[in-house]
Design a protein around this ligand. Structure first.
Ligand SMILES: Nc1ncnc2c1ncn2[C@@H]1O[C@H](COP(=O)(O)OP(=O)(O)OP(=O)(O)O)[C@@H](O)[C@H]1O
Ligand SMILES: O=P(O)(O)OC[C@H]1O[C@H](OP(=O)(O)OP(=O)(O)O)[C@H](O)[C@@H]1O
Ligand SMILES: [Mg+2]
Length: 326
């Protein structure tokens, strides 16, 4: 087991479903051990991988310590939990789900408080007039400290919150909050507003690799297999395959035509026996390419989506392996 790559996936919460869908798209089927309460599993058809089901915040800590090699979690949790993000992990790719923003929010009733500088004044006044410090409810203690220091707010105290943070001002346990928001509904329901310059971090779920985990030969091979499929799916999703029956005697320079339309000839330039050529291009360029092929004398042109586009390069794995070498 010690040579296995540990892949940490969210076991609950809002990231779970999307993370499963992401792996499924890449052809990586997660097989959970016997029963829904078994928090370990495997990847069907990929050897040398141990799947661990953990909460999103636990995934951040395990990547930090090196107990997990790869994981899916929110960037907010990575930046909150890890003291040295660059030295501990590599954020391989954003995943397009789990979008949320970490913000500073104050009571809507504070009409004169719009920016962080106003907050500094409020804090100073509270201190001199009432002899107490402004209280900030949050579970993002480190992000808050860093951001408040950067924006010059010093006279405050953090009240650590374990949930329902937005309720703290109404409950009287803090004056303001730092929390995550997506739709803004929870802030609005609690009569809070975001400060104009109070955006600490825009976060989404990321595929993250640990630089602290033991990367032996077995784990590196498993990494190439897993990331190879993820890259192949990513490449395929943004690409269209264009086939065309070209006239034998066309005399057109296919390589130049492809180059003009951001296309490539993955199987080479010479036409097949029946004059069929295969190109690949970005989705956005496909109609320009098909028009150009027709203009060049193509008899039939078809466009299709592809499931996977494997290539010699494995950009995600290479990025990480390069980091591990330095
Ligand atoms: N509206 C949202 N509120 C909170 N988190 C969100 C939201 N949208 C996306 N996320 C992301 O999902 C991550 C995990 O949040 P989620 O609430 O699903 O976890 P959880 O299992 O409930 O953990 P916890 O009990 O600590 O909240 C967040 O850190 C963030 O990256
Ligand atoms: O801007 P909105 O779309 O309203 O979403 C934001 C809310 O969602 C999250 O809470 P969650 O439901 O995860 O409960 P929790 O506080 O127990 O984690 C977060 O902590 C906010 O309270
Ligand atoms: Mg939550």
């Amino acid at each position: 087991m010690s040579e296995s790559l540990v892949l940490a996936v969210p076991s609950k919460g809002r990231l779970q479903e999307n993370a499963n869908a992401f792996f499924a798209r890449a052809g990586l089927k997660l097989a959970q051990g016997a029963g829904a309460r078994d928090y370990r599993g495997k990847l069907v058809g990929v050897s040398g991988v141990e799947v661990r089901y953990l909460s999103a915040s636990e995934i951040a800590s395990q990547l930090a310590s090196g107990a997990a090699h790869l994981g899916v979690t929110g960037e907010d949790l990575i930046r909150e939990t890890l003291p040295d993000v660059r030295g501990q992990v590599e954020l391989l790719t954003p995943l397009g789900f789990g979008n949320a923003t970490v913000v500073v929010a104050v009571p809507q009733a504070w009409i004169d408080v719009r920016v962080m500088a106003d907050l500094d004044e409020v804090a100073a006044t509270m201190r001199t007039r009432h002899g107490r410090r402004l209280r900030v409810a949050t579970k993002y203690v480190n992000l808050t400290r860093r951001f408040f220091a950067e924006t010059g707010v010093a006279d405050y105290r953090i009240v650590e919150s374990l949930g329902a943070t937005e309720g703290a001002p109404a409950a009287g346990s803090a004056e303001i909050v730092v929390d995550i928001t997506t739709t803004g509904a929870t802030l609005a329901a609690n009569a809070l507003k975001i400060l104009d310059d109070g955006i600490i971090l825009r976060s989404e779920a990321n595929l993250v690799a640990s630089l602290k985990a033991p990367w032996g030969e077995g784990q590196r091979n498993a990494l190439r297999a897993v990331l190879g499929r993820i890259s192949a799916e990513e490449r395929a999703r943004t690409t269209r395959e264009v086939r065309a029956a070209m006239p034998e005697s066309g005399g057109i320079d296919l390589a130049t035509l492809a180059g003009l339309h951001e296309a490539e000839l993955p199987y080479g330039a010479p036409a097949g026996p029946d004059g069929e050529i295969v190109l690949r291009c970005p989705e956005a360029a496909m109609f320009d390419l098909t028009d150009a092929l027709v203009a060049a004398g193509a008899r039939a042109v078809s466009v299709r989506r592809i499931d996977y586009a494997f290539a010699a390069e494995n950009p995600l794995a290479e990025r990480l392996l390069t980091r591990l070498r330095t």
